[in-house]
Design a protein around this ligand. Structure first.
Ligand SMILES: *Cc1c(COP(=O)(O)O)cnc(C)c1O
Length: 798
């Protein structure tokens, strides 16, 4: 049906009428979107089935990627590109009077994630399929993805997101593959045939129903599966509790990360985690047994990868299946489990390390708790035997301590591989945060620097730049991203550099249109587009950026001879609904924006824009239009970052600290092609350990700092009363934990250099070209190849 344009048009018209029950002339854009989606799904179904058959026939190892988040964005155009029919379909539709871009608008973002971690999972799925690797995702089919953000009077307001409102063309419900998930109840131990057997009784059972989404590889026959689990009532109990039971059950797959400030929310989150893990494992084991019979060699045939600790209950759940259902002894089960599970750590922020109170864990998951407890006791016994009497060490390493289950400890003890997501992050894990574990299991620890799906973030998001690149170096970079390095030979090619500038200009004009539509503000596409888009978090230091903007504003007002290269400062960021401080920063950005944008003395020198509801589809339009990429986290805090890579591959220059993957970007592009500033991780960690930083000194000795910090609270922003006192306090009373004031001078000076550098457009575009050329390394194809080789031991199946 996509073999040529005429047959596509014919087919499409017929199907619109068949599926929508109206004549083609009466059909709407939504009818067209849904018809096209169904045609694609039908088109891939053959390869989808064949892919699964091949995986069975080859009998090679397979990987299952468990993640509580998948930030997929939109799938329509990416699927068309990957199938190699984008041009044909776009042209065919055009001849029918239909604009493909308008159909794309109808598709909602699948926003089943918060930020980097969820987007990483989505990028990995693309690379797995495109490299013909046997790897599938498992997740939760949240009815409401990440909230929709509105800015009202400068404040963030959260609305429930509704991506399933009009159905989802990409998914197939597989009711026959449903599994049952037990909660609560109690465990009874009995001797049966001379063996202690455990029964989990009086449970409240939930049905998990899979919805499968095809993951289409790029220009290949592989179609992998993303299996999203939906929570539904099991058979109804015949009593008056029926409605409440239905509500409790459906709540499990209702919201991504429900508010967990109270115990009730905490229980729900833990329920979600076990729901995902148990449903995934039951389904993996069921099909494994069909293929292999016995589970003896499970660890040689499959790998279960857990994306952060949210799915760490996969460890006790696999133990439970092996022992309680399959009759394995503890040691055998432990050997298999430990060699099946691999784990990625995403953060060393201590407040983000998951731990669950026993008083919540034990009653909700009594059998799982017993197993975790047993794992811990055996682990602590081993420690004791190694270093008898060293209680300190045992207390530090124990999986259960002080009334909590520590999920990262469980993940490390129960897996064969622990990886960090950038070199510095892995080093910090090994040498500091998880050092005693590293000493215990040195061979488990390894680094896998993150990557991005360059086919989404360059090929799809930036068609103009992609075409230009292909004209110069051929188009094999789409499958072999390291070939982008061939662009280096054009560094002195002025016509190419000018062409690069023109494309950036065109992308900036498109973003300027969006800004005008959303914010009603006109921005000049000739200005520097200086962008910070990412989740709002204290460690990401949006505050440093906005304080610097305030400083520039002061200079414009105070020094009539001061002229800056015009800049548009663009922000996009969602704050967690319960994160009070982050919400204050959003209000501050919008307050500064209002003041700057409405002050005639500023004129066109600068504009400040907060784009609401930052998400994948908006991100695609922002990265391609950026000149400057703000990656300014407090060194040591950002595990990797992936936004930095998306900017780079679209030819934006980074202003950044030596943190996360910025370090590896810097190493590749060299000093001249990136703007590095601020404390190093080592310096930051030294201050944390030994003290020696006093933010007051910087406040008193730098008049610029004093002025901007005072302006937070001295009535400079007249309508906000004491709104920004918590920010003021964080900088002075709480001694500026993120070194905003410490890094201010170095940041301001580096920003000044950027303004200077932008004046010479040819030299600027040359730097952009060098960045694009080196971005191939940061493709998730490279990352996934490393996982496949070093951790999973999986191989392409063609
Ligand atoms: C890439 C991406 C992120 C992660 O950005 P960082 O700058 O690495 O924190 C978050 N949200 C969306 C929508 C993204 O596309």
């Amino acid at each position: 049906m996509f073999s040529n344009k005429e047959s596509f048009k014919e087919n499409f018209k017929k199907r619109v009428e068949m599926l929508c029950g109206k004549s083609f002339s009466e059909s709407t854009s939504r009818d067209h979107y849904e018809t096209l989606g169904l045609m694609i799904r039908e088109y891939v179904s053959n390869d989808w089935i064949k892919t699964n058959e091949k995986y069975l026939a080859v009998k090679g190892k397979q990987v299952f990627y468990l993640s509580i988040e998948y930030l997929l964005g939109k799938l329509l155009r990416q699927n068309l590109i990957n199938l190699g029919v984008e041009g044909l379909v776009e042209k065919g539709l055009e001849e029918l009077g239909i604009v493909l871009e308008e159909l794309e608008e109808i598709e909602p973002d699948a926003g089943l994630g918060n930020g980097g971690l969820g987007r990483l999972a989505a990028c990995f799925l693309d690379s797995l399929a495109s490299l013909n690797l046997p790897g599938h995702g498992h997740g939760i089919r949240y009815k409401h993805g990440l909230f929709e953000q509105k800015i009202v009077n400068g404040y963030q307001v959260e609305l429930p997101e509704q991506w399933l409102r009009s159905g989802n063309v990409w998914e197939i419900r597989k009711a026959d593959l449903a599994v049952q998930i037990p909660f609560w109840g109690k465990v009874e131990a009995k001797m049966e045939n001379g063996r202690l057997v455990f029964h989990h009784l009086h449970t409240e059972t939930v049905t998990a129903v899979p919805y499968d989404v095809p993951v289409v590889g790029y220009h290949c026959k592989t179609v992998n599966t993303l299996r999203l689990w939906n929570a539904e009532p099991a058979q109804f109990p015949i009593n008056k509790d029926i409605l409440q039971y239905k509500r409790r059950t459906e709540a499990i797959s209702e919201f991504l990360y429900p508010d967990d400030t109270h115990d009730e929310g905490k229980i729900l989150r833990l329920k979600q985690q076990y729901f995902l893990v148990s449903a995934s494992l039951q389904s993996i084991i069921r099909s494994y047994k069909k293929q292999h019979g016995s589970l003896n060699e499970l660890h040689q045939q499959i790998c279960i990868h857990i994306n952060d600790t949210h799915p760490v209950l996969a460890i006790p759940e696999l133990m439970r299946i092996l022992i309680d259902e399959e009759g394995f002894g503890w040691d055998e089960a432990w050997h298999i489990t430990k060699n099946t599970i691999s784990y990625t750590n995403h953060t060393t922020l201590s407040e983000a390390l998951e731990k669950w109170p026993i008083h919540i864990f034990q009653p909700l998951l009594p059998r799982i708790y017993m197993i975790v407890n047993e794992i811990n006791e055996r682990f602590c016994r081993e420690l004791w035997e190694e270093t008898p009497g060293d209680w300190d060490r045992i207390a530090k390493l124990s999986i259960i301590a002080d009334g909590y289950v520590k999920m990262a400890h469980l993940a490390i003890v129960g897996s064969f591989s622990v990886n960090g997501v950038a070199r510095l992050h892995t080093e910090i894990l090994k040498e500091r945060e998880m050092q005693p574990f590293y000493q215990l299991f040195p061979d488990k620890f390894n680094n896998k620097t993150n990557g991005i799906a360059h086919r989404r973030w360059l090929l799809k998001a930036n068609p103009k730049l992609s075409t230009l690149i292909s004209e110069r170096i051929g188009n094999s970079w789409t499958s072999a991203p390291h070939e982008l390095i061939n662009l280096l030979k054009y560094q002195e090619d002025r016509s190419l550099l000018k062409e690069l500038g023109k494309i950036k200009r065109a992308n900036k004009e498109m973003l300027a249109d969006i800004i005008y539509k959303q914010n009603g503000i006109t921005v000049d596409p000739q200005a520097i587009f200086d962008v910070q888009v990412k989740r709002l978090h204290a460690y990401k230091r949006q505050l440093l950026n906005v304080l610097h903007i305030l400083h520039l504003y002061n200079r414009i007002l105070e020094d009539s001879s001061f002229r800056m290269i015009p800049r548009v400062f663009i922000f996009g960021a969602k704050a967690s609904p319960g994160y009070y401080y982050a919400k204050k920063i959003i209000k501050l950005i919008n307050t500064v924006a209002d003041k700057v944008n409405n002050d005639p003395r500023v004129g066109d020198q600068m504009k400040v824009i907060f784009l609401e509801n930052y998400r994948v589809s908006l991100a695609e339009k922002i990265f391609t239009a950026a000149d400057v990429s703000e990656q300014i986290s407090t060194a040591s805090k950002e595990a990797s970052g992936t936004g930095n890579m998306k900017f780079m591959i679209n030819g934006a220059l980074t202003i950044g600290t030596l943190d996360g993957a910025n370090i590896e970007i810097h190493e590749r592009v060299g000093d001249e092609n990136i703007f590095i500033f601020g404390l190093t991780a080592e310096e930051v960690l030294h201050y944390y350990r030994h003290g020696g930083y006093d933010s007051d000194e910087y406040y008193h000795h730098d008049s610029r700092i004093q002025q901007i910090v005072d302006q937070l609270v001295n009535g400079f922003f007249p309508d906000v009363h004491n709104e920004f006192e918590p920010i003021f306090d964080s900088l002075l009373e709480e001694n500026d934990q993120y070194f905003v004031l410490k890094d201010f001078a170095s940041y301001a000076e580096t920003q000044r250099k950027i303004g200077e550098a932008f004046k010479d457009q040819i030299s600027w575009q040359k730097k952009c070209l060098v960045n694009i050329a080196h971005a191939g390394y940061f493709s998730s194809d490279r990352t996934i190849r490393e996982y496949a080789k070093d951790i999973w031991d999986i191989h392409p199946v063609t």
